[in-house]
Design a binder for this molecule. Structure first.
Ligand SMILES: [Zn+2]
Ligand SMILES: [Zn+2]
Length: 115
C-alpha cells in the first residue's frame, strides 16, 4: 500500500455565501464532486448545506498552524494526523511546516551579566 498525505480539513461554501462576498477570487472553487474527491476531509458551511451547489468555494477550515501530530495514523497515511486539521501536512511545501526549530545555543564566550 502506498502511503499518502491527507489534506487538511476544508470548509465547502456555496459561491453565493455571504461570508465570501467580494473575496471569492481568493478561494479555490471547483465542481463539488471534484472537491469531495480532492478533500475527503471536509464539511459544508451552512450556506452550502441546504442547497447542493454544483460548484463550491473551498476554504481551509482551520487557520495556518504548525503540524501537531495526534498519534492517530490511518493505514495509508504517511504519518499521524494533525490534531488541528486532521491532515498530514505535506501536499505542498507551504504546509510542510513542522516545528523543528534548532535549539538556540548562546555564542561561546558570552558573558552573562550577573551569572
Ligand atoms: Zn459559506
Ligand atoms: Zn494541521
Amino acid at each position: 500500500m502506498t502511503r499518502r498525505h491527507y489534506p487538511p480539513m476544508m470548509t465547502f461554501h456555496s459561491p453565493e455565501c455571504p461570508a465570501l462576498a467580494g473575496l471569492l477570487d481568493q478561494f479555490e472553487s471547483m465542481p463539488v464532486d471534484r472537491a469531495r474527491e480532492k478533500y475527503p476531509n471536509h464539511h459544508f458551511d451552512l450556506c452550502a448545506a441546504v442547497d447542493i451547489t454544483p460548484y463550491v468555494a473551498v476554504e481551509l477550515a482551520v487557520p495556518e498552524h504548525l503540524y501537531d501530530p495526534s498519534g492517530t495514523r490511518p493505514d495509508d497515511a504517511v504519518r499521524s494526523l494533525c490534531r488541528k486539521c486532521f491532515g498530514t501536512h505535506g501536499e505542498d511545501e507551504g504546509r510542510e511546516v513542522i516545528n523543528v526549530r534548532p535549539q538556540q545555543e548562546p555564542p561561546s564566550g558570552l558573558v552573562i551579566p550577573g551569572a
